[in-house]
Design a protein around this ligand. Sequence first.
Ligand SMILES: C[C@@](CO)(OP(=O)(O)O)[C@H](O)COP(=O)(O)OP(=O)(O)OC[C@H]1O[C@@H](n2ccc(N)nc2=O)[C@H](O)[C@@H]1O
Ligand SMILES: Nc1ncnc2c1ncn2[C@@H]1O[C@H](COP(=O)(O)OP(=O)(O)O)[C@@H](O)[C@H]1O
Length: 290
Amino acid sequence: MPCWPKRGRRLLQPIAKATEAAPAKINLALHVTGRRGDGYHLLDSLVAFADIADRVTVEPAAEMSLDVTGPRAAGVPADARNLVWKAAALSGAPPVAITLEKHLPAAAGIGGGSSDAAATLRALERLGLASLPDPADLLELGADLPVCLSPRAVRMEGIGETLSPVPPLPPLWCLLVNPGVALSTPAVFAALETRENPGLRGHMPVGAGAFCAWLAGQRNDLEPPALRLAPVIRDVLAALAAQPGCALARMSGSGATCFGLFPAEAPARAAAAALSRAEPGWWVAAGRLA
Ligand SMILES: C[C@@](CO)(OP(=O)(O)O)[C@H](O)COP(=O)(O)OP(=O)(O)OC[C@H]1O[C@@H](n2ccc(N)nc2=O)[C@H](O)[C@@H]1O
Ligand SMILES: Nc1ncnc2c1ncn2[C@@H]1O[C@H](COP(=O)(O)OP(=O)(O)O)[C@@H](O)[C@H]1O
């Protein structure tokens, strides 16, 4: 079904296809505060996004199809198991052809699949093929889906369905590093030693220096279990922390991707170049935090 955008009184060309960026999700802090009866964990997380992204292109078609391309396509399912396909099916939209250009590593703690699925839903909405769902209704696709629907910095609680606004983040650049180890999210949660921990403490300051100091006082409670499952994460954290200009190094989500925060762009770019040279087997990407 073509979509006729209403701009002024002129009839414009129908939108034939829509492309959306699916940015990397970063848990700047991730506190595990309890566990529900069904085994899902309660979280208190400050979530942000980086302009390091997959790209999802959606166009109307006679039948559903999915083409997975790009430098990180290997191993990503190109059928109904993929979250982009599941999202399109859940939306109730007519059949579409989806092209997913993978740049983010999979099973990496940066919500690649969830962000791709959310980007698919935004593209379907732009094409006029489906309306944007209520974020909480997306939990059945994954706990990270609600936060990825409108990718901007927020506080995420519950198992991922409770989203509340935070003050704008200070200008910060991030360096994402993954050592090439895929970590299973359930395995990392299962390896937690303590499940009832305090939530985020205090109020988020506005300036970059104060913000990074405040963040250093928060945690990622999934870091210790992930380190036990993949000890190489310790090397990644040490390598990030040793980069000039790095204000904080921490793991995102259930790992194994870690991030370094840099108040200035040039040191972040220099650190990306240095780490890529030193560890050619690691995935390294620098971007702006949003
Ligand atoms: C840990 C987080 C933090 O943002 O990120 P990632 O490491 O995936 O990026 C997310 O909560 C992951 O969300 P997502 O990857 O969508 O998880 P789901 O598919 O819903 O769940 C996978 C499994 O993780 C565990 N799980 C997930 C979320 C949660 N709040 N409690 C859990 O215990 C459960 O064992 C569940 O079966
Ligand atoms: N679009 C997708 N991109 C990556 N992985 C996907 C996608 N759809 C389904 N998957 C499956 O989901 C698993 C978790 O991938 P991902 O969402 O990238 O994890 P994480 O949330 O830990 O970053 C992968 O192992 C893969 O089999």
